[in-house]
Design a protein around this ligand. Structure first.
Ligand SMILES: [Zn+2]
Length: 252
């Protein structure tokens, strides 16, 4: 089966694809948010799209009809909201948007929606959880949302990711170096000191933004240790996470 992009299809093509019982739609979800002095504001958009592409190819190879939806690029990003260029929406707005996207797909016969999320701000994750609850409550369609910050997925994404110093560090920088190398300010990246401050610990301690969490330049972890090779491997892992989440749901 081939991978299609909803935004590039005609309505008649969409009608025919939606009708298939093995049709799944993948929604990449990112953010427009500060990612250190070396990565673009769309870093999470780039990661989510790479994850969606990789997962879509794996599912298509298993006979699924896969539709990649236009990316949801605006969301809640409270930890970065003071940094210029960051656009942070209210979590309730995001939850409504996601629920209405699911409703629109369901109205036209699509039965499975998979979320490829790469943005880890707690205000955003709570919006996704709220949307997931509303979508399930309303019985709109089957929602598959592998939360990469939780088990069993998180340990696959490396030590830095697990440490919680996982914003614009080695993990995210590597993926952007693999997917969109021309957007990485590489001279700056290579000169950045490590910042091992853990965002997950900061969140538990009640910190509310990157500055309070110990990241005055909006990065954590070890960006200088990133590489395109690691980024390509990480994209494969992210794609496998989507693939496995769909297969797990199918076997119940
Ligand atoms: Zn990010």
């Amino acid at each position: 089966m081939a991978v299609s992009r909803l935004a590039e299809m005609t309505w008649e093509e969409a009608r025919d694809r939606f009708a298939g019982s093995r049709a799944v739609a993948i929604l990449p979800v990112g953010a427009i948010e500060a990612h250190g002095p070396h990565l673009p504001l769309a870093t999470d958009v780039i990661i989510a799209e790479a994850m969606a592409r990789s997962g879509a190819e794996k599912l298509a190879a298993r006979g699924y009809e896969v539709l990649i939806l236009p990316t949801l690029s605006y969301t809640a990003a409270r930890f970065a909201s003071e940094f210029p260029g960051t656009i942070s929406l209210e979590p309730s707005t995001v939850a409504v948007m996601l629920t209405e996207i699911a409703s629109g797909l369901a109205a036209h016969g699509l039965r499975t929606l998979v979320i490829a999320n790469s943005h880890l701000d707690p205000s955003h994750l709570s919006a996704l959880d709220a949307a997931a609850a509303a979508i399930r409550e309303q019985g709109l369609l089957e929602l598959i949302f592998p939360d990469i910050t939780r088990k069993p997925w998180a340990p696959r994404l490396g030590d830095e990711f697990m440490s919680g110093a996982c914003h614009a560090g080695r993990y995210e920088s590597s993926v952007v170096m693999a997917a969109r190398p021309e957007l990485v300010r590489d001279e700056i990246r290579r000169a950045l000191d490590s910042n091992p401050a853990s965002l997950s610990e900061a969140i538990r301690a009640g910190k509310r933004d990157f500055e309070e969490a110990g990241g005055p330049r909006a990065y954590f972890g070890h960006p200088a240790e990133a590489s395109a090779g690691e980024g390509s491997r990480t994209i494969e892992i992210l794609g496998s996470i989507l693939e496995e989440a769909v297969l797990n749901a199918a076997t119940g």
